[in-house]
Design a protein around this ligand. Sequence first.
Ligand code: RP5
Length: 192
Amino acid sequence: PVLKAVDGEGNSSSIEVPHKSSPSVGIIMGSDSDLPTMKDAAVVLDDFGIPYEISIVSAHRTPEYMYEYATTAADRGINVIIAGAGGAAHLPGMVAALTPLPVCANGHPQTMLPIGVPVKSSALSGNDSLLSIVQMPKGIPVATVAIGNAANAGLLAVRILGAANPGMRQKMAQFMANEATTVEKKRRKLEQ
Ligand code: RP5
């Protein structure tokens, strides 16, 4: 299936929902209107060859499904959940509260890290989303990226998964080297 959406600023976006087995990352968002922002995380995971699943999970409109999603994620092999929401953005924190899960169904120890993406809102430019996500009470941490920066959430997921995957660390090192080369080229052009 293809997920299509328009955000509050009229930006349209579509993404092919992957049918990949054994996803390592779950990308969830409070509304399909978050897709133009959240698709950047999927692009990064595709680039690094990391299998992921995508779903719309609303903390406020579908709280029972949020509970089901969060409490079954580890059993599907999910290690990292990237959760994006805007406004009263409770989704990342609620998912974090529901997923300590040190052990999954097959008995293997498993960690699960929640990454929050504050989606830019129309009323308060995402400052509301940022504060809702980043101001977690002590005890329930959420790794929070900048407003609208789902790409960094994807890159953070790559780094986390890289802790147990030397090949992934190598890919990240190459990515960073490419970034440096790009900046170097621009600097040399300026100096000419
Ligand atoms: C939040 O409310 C969503 O994450 C979204 O950013 C915002 C607006 O949702 P829609 O009214 O566009 O569905 O829950």
